[in-house]
Structures are given as structure tokens and as C-alpha cells.
Design a protein around this ligand. Sequence first.
Ligand code: GLV
Ligand code: MG
Length: 316
Amino acid sequence: MPRPRRSCLAVPGSSQKMIDKARTLPADQVFLDLEDACAPLAKPDARKTIVAALNEGGWGERTRVVRVNDWTTEWTYRDVVEVVEGAGANLDCLMLPKVQTAQQVQALDLLLTQIEKTMGYEVGRIGIEAQIENARGLVEVDAIATASPRVETIIFGPADFMASINMKSLVVGEQPPGYDVGDAYHYILMRILMAARANDVQAIDGPYLQIRDVDGFRRVAGRAAALGYDGKWVLHPGQIDAANEVFSPDQSDYDHAENILDAYEYFTSDAGGKRGAVMLGDEMIDEASRKMALVIAGKGRAAGMSRTDKWAPPAE
Ligand code: GLV
Ligand code: MG
């Protein structure tokens, strides 16, 4: 089963205080950042802080990720070598930002494999999260999603992306002024989602920078969740509960999905009359309903939900 990533907490790798705080917060994933939340002069020390923080533990069930710098900088190889040699056994994934080609993912895969062999780690265990942050990356997204079996997620990086395509808005995720023909992000979000679903990897939405505006966060997160995204970045503790809630099904949807699965199993069985299309309350259900229900039930189970209303077969 894929790892839960409803809320992916960004933590600057240079801040011991924020790293310590992150261990206490209910985010599904924590990523310690060596890239844009870490000033260039702070990067060498941040690598050491991150290695120590991973090895100290205390991360519980949270997925542990480090975002390295992108391959166009001079920092990437040292980020990878220092972090993975130092703490590879306590790391789940590396996040590669500003991915533009499949080759950039393959380069990271090759380097990871070498370090895993040298260190005696299991080869291929550490996953890759690929961030799409510019037009070139989006055009190449299918090849990026299939570039390595390590790829676990495709992430939309809206701030860098908006800059890359010259979008007029300065508020990440909100519609640019003068744009009134729909949702300016719809194509980008859907393009990434199709690449992710076609290749069985997760689709994650990036940050919402107005951290005090939790309603704005909910609105933008709700849009990604409605399309089918698996989760979203959170930059502040105040966004975490909202993300966990928005990317989990409602209780009534979850109950209904589990009931569809039970009812469909019963009605298609011998005892239920081997029927493929039946009424459940006011709704006609068939094999496609089962597939939709499986998605919602899967999300609910992954979120640890339990049933509050259980369908029972008709009495004999
Ligand atoms: C995240 O990295 C972004 O650029 O939005
Ligand atoms: Mg970015």
C-alpha cells in the first residue's frame, strides 16, 4: 500500500527548533529541506543537522524525506552523498525539485544505488519524489514518472511553476487577476494527475504560502482533493489538521463506500442471486460503483477510519 501523504510538512533543514517541533506534529510526512527554505550559506551545516535528526529518530510512523537541491546547482551530489551515507537507514525518500527530464531522475537513481551498495543498504529501498516546477518538467512528466521504479510521487511546485510560466498572480494557488475563464491551475493539476495515475504513483499538491489563511488553504486543498490528489504540502502546524481532513473521505462517504463493497459482494454471490446491477437504497450499483467505492474505502482505511453504519444483507 502506498504511504499516506495527506499532509507533507516542509521543515527547513537549517532549523533545529523546527525539526524538533516537527516530531510532535500529526503530519503524515515530514520533509527536511536543503533546497529553497535553506539559505545557500546554511546548506553545509544543514546537511549535518539533517543527518543527526534522522539518526536520532522519534519520527514515529511519519514518512521521512529530505529535499535535496536540483541538478542545475552545484549542491546536489553532496546533499545526496552526505545525507544518504550518513542516515540512509533512517530515510524513506529523497525529494528532487525542479525535475525537467527523465535523465535527472535516473541520475539520482544511479547515485543512490552506488551509495546503497557501498553502505550495505538494501538496494532500491529509498524512494524518489519528483517535483514538477516548470514548463519543461510538465511537458516531460510522463517520462519522469516512469524514469525509475523508485519514483513514488509527482509533486506540483506551484510557486516555482508560476514564475516559470510568467503567471501574473503573486498569491500561490489563487487565480491571477484578469483570469475569468475557469481555473488557471486546472490543466497543470490534471496533467500531473494523469501521469501519476497512469503510472501508479501518488500525486501531491505543493504549498499554500498564506499560512494564516486556513480557509484559503482549505479551498485550494479542496480543489486538489476533488480532482483525486493524494495530499498537499503544509508549511505551518495550523494547516495540518485541515490537510488531513480534506484528503480523507467524509465519514458518511466512507460508510457508504464500505456498504457498497459489502452489498456488491453479496448480490454478485450465489446467495445474493448472482446479480451484477442492483439497487442499494435509491442508487443503482454495478462493477464501476465497486471501483469508485474501493478508492474512497481505501483512502478511509489508510486514514484509520472506522465504520459507523454497516449494511446487512436482507433477511432470508
Ligand atoms: C515548491 O517548491 C514550489 O515551488 O511551490
Ligand atoms: Mg519550488
